[in-house]
Design a protein around this ligand. Structure first.
Ligand code: LLP
Length: 435
């Protein structure tokens, strides 16, 4: 048996067995949950590698110039995970000292690292400059002056990009939109700060302005705002007499979380970025830049699944069936924060009729602790395993210890009997900071 309705949301190597249970990379999910406990998070190595190749392939198809795919490591990072993806010949976007340190320890040469952030500390700026990262992505005029001061003390010329904010709206949840006039990120175009930043950076002996960057937001399914932004970046560059040798339109391409979501092919995104850059270079008589995209979610979300054990079940006076699982907003705050909608299956009952509209809630002391607002499920029993696909991005990286919950274990799956622990389950007896 290989097909079921939600199949396309799961990692490539997922199989359904005759008893209605799932395997990923040949590993039995019930067995893993038994051995490692739940909640449990899994990453499928094959899916991550295929996703990287898909994006690189799109660049080979659509762009005659140089390009790079960088992984936005805030989506999920741990030491072993970073080592795995460092082997895949991609670049890395980091935003904190710890992400930077893990990246370097895991084999990312600093020339493959871009350091982002809207309020970098002096310590972070010193470290990024001392390591000679590929680009320190400067976020404001204030920060430009601050970085210049630090660079001057070292008498160093620092490779920078400027993050430009186009002051346009994109269609996504407001908490993950970063393109608009009220955004805390970047040099805004409409205030004139973007132009002033470029002009300032060009005349400073302490900067080599290698590129311009923009990140519009996340879960975006429309390539048009990327085209508009690229045109805006070239208009700005040309006004300043500047030719960028690198151009980064950021990440943000959306993924399907449930079968009701739109399916958007990232080749279409990359095709639009490439053709807009070529068009602008032709118009402005500039050479093609190296294009650097930096997706987080698109590379890892679908490679990840989370597994929970079902506990209590109740029906509210208005007939809502509520099913409690042994994790929740502490390992996945995305419904609480963005009303994100997920899909789920019950292991062993995947092909059974889904006749019960249900709400999946966590075990934490907060009414907003919901994983799925409404989903049709078959009859469930205590100890059944609920498997939520598309769990690889911004779940564990935003996890908390609310109610002193231990963060779950994470495994990387390769093939039958070939998996690795990426992150151990926190142990309240030993590894907790409050113990
Ligand atoms: N580049 C920059 C500068 C970013 O700030 C981000 C994400 C990315 C790239 C990658 O974006 P992606 O391709 O993953 O959409 N916690 C939210 C998402 C926050 C994204 C933050 N920045 C969520 O769970 O939806």
């Amino acid at each position: 048996m290989s097909a079921f309705k939600e199949r396309d949301l799961f990692p490539i190597s997922t199989e359904i067995l005759a008893d209605g249970t799932l395997t990923i990379a040949g590993c039995n999910l019930s067995r893993l949950a038994k051995d490692f406990g739940s909640p449990l998070y899994l990453y499928d190595g094959e899916t991550i590698r295929a996703n990287i190749q898909k994006l690189k392939g799109a660049f080979s198809n659509y762009y005659p110039g140089n390009s790079a795919v960088a992984y936005a490591s805030k989506a999920y990072l741990s030491r072993r995970f970073a080592e795995k993806i460092a082997a895949e010949d991609i670049e890395l976007d980091v935003v904190s000292m710890a992400e930077l340190q893990i990246a370097v320890k895991s084999g990312f040469a600093p020339k493959r690292i871009h350091f982002h952030g809207n309020n970098k500390t002096a310590e972070e700026i010193h470290k990024a400059i001392d390591l000679n990262v590929h680009a320190l992505v400067v976020d404001s005029m204030d920060e430009l002056m601050f970085v210049e001061k630090i660079a001057a003390t070292k008498n160093k010329c620092v490779k920078i990009w400027l993050r430009i904010t186009p002051d346009i709206r994109v269609k996504t949840h407001p908490h993950i939109e970063t393109s608009a006039a009220e955004s805390k990120f970047g040099f805004h175009v409409t205030t004139g700060e973007a132009k002033a930043g470029i002009q300032y950076a060009l005349q400073s002996p302490f900067f080599e302005l290698t590129g311009l960057h923009c990140h519009l937001g996340s879960q975006i399914f429309d390539p048009v705002p990327y085209r508009i932004t690229i045109q805006m970046l070239y208009d700005l560059a040309s006004e300043c007499g500047y030719t960028p040798s690198e151009l980064s339109p950021g990440g943000g391409w959306g993924v399907q979380y449930s079968i009701k979501d739109p399916v958007a092919d990232p080749s279409d995104w990359i095709n639009n970025i490439c053709s807009a850059v070529v068009e602008q270079c032709n118009k402005n008589l500039m050479p093609l830049p190296k294009i650097v995209i930096e997706p987080g979610r698109w590379l890892v979300a679908k490679a990840g699944v989370s597994i929970y054990q079902i506990g209590t079940k109740k029906t509210t006076p208005n007939g809502l069936r509520i099913i409690g699982v042994n994790g929740g907003m502490s390992d996945n705050p995305r419904n609480a924060l963005y009303q994100a909608k997920y899909s789920a299956v019950v292991n062993g009952k995947i092909t059974e009729k889904k006749v019960f509209p249900s709400r999946i809630v966590g075990k934490f002391c907060e009414s907003g602790d919901t994983l799925i607002e409404e989903i049709d499920l078959p009859e469930t029993d205590r100890d059944d395993l609920l498997i939520i696909p598309v769990s690889g991005a911004y779940q564990l990286s935003m996890a908390s210890n609310y109610n002193l919950a231990p963060r779950p274990a994470v495994l990387w799956l390769e093939s039958v009997g070939n998996f690795e622990l990426l992150q151990y389950r926190e142990n309240p007896e030993e590894s907790f900071w409050w113990a």
